[in-house]
Design a protein. Structure first.
Length: 146
C-alpha cells in the first residue's frame, strides 16, 4: 500500500486535486475524495465541474442514487461506495481507514503540517506501507523529498 504525502506550499488544493484525479481516472482507476467539512466538499464538487473550461472530471457527492457508478466520489468518510482503490484525503486529516486502499493521497498545508508529521511517523512503523513525501519547489513542480 502506498501513501503519498503532498505538502501544499505553492499551488493550492484547487490546482493539485484535479491533476491527481485526472491521473487516477485516466489510468482506469476510481477515486474517493474525503473531506469532513461540507463546505469543502461542495467547493470540490464545483471545482471538478469547472476547473478546465473545455472539460470536467466525472464525479458525484456521496449519498446519491448513483454512488456506485461514480469514477470519483466526494464523501465525508472513508467509505468507497464507488469501489475506489485510491483515496484522496484533502482536508489535512489522516484517517487509518485509508490503509485499506491500494494508494492514498494525503494533501495538507502549513496549517496541518503537525498532524501530517505525526501520521508520517506512525505509518513508518506499519508493515506493508510505502511512504512518499512530495513538496513543491518555487516553480510549483513536485519533488519527492522522502
Amino acid at each position: 500500500m502506498q501513501v503519498d504525502f503532498y505538502h501544499l506550499t505553492v499551488a493550492p488544493l484547487d490546482r493539485v486535486l484535479p491533476s491527481i484525479a485526472e491521473k487516477v481516472l485516466g489510468s482506469g482507476g476510481r477515486l474517493l475524495i474525503v473531506a469532513e467539512d461540507p463546505a469543502l466538499r461542495t467547493r470540490i464538487d464545483q471545482l471538478l465541474w469547472s476547473y478546465q473550461p473545455a472539460s470536467f472530471l466525472p464525479h458525484g457527492q456521496a449519498g446519491g442514487d448513483w454512488d456506485s457508478e461514480q469514477p470519483a466520489l466526494i464523501a465525508e468518510t472513508v467509505a468507497p461506495a464507488n469501489g475506489a482503490r485510491n483515496v484522496a484525503l484533502v482536508d489535512g486529516l489522516w484517517r487509518d481507514e485509508a490503509l485499506a486502499f491500494e494508494r492514498a493521497f494525503h494533501l495538507f498545508d502549513e496549517e496541518s503540517i503537525g498532524a501530517a508529521r505525526v501520521a508520517w511517523r506512525a505509518l513508518g512503523e506499519r508493515e506493508g506501507v510505502e511512504r512518499r513525501y512530495w513538496r513543491q519547489d518555487e516553480n510549483g513542480r513536485w519533488a519527492q523529498v522522502a
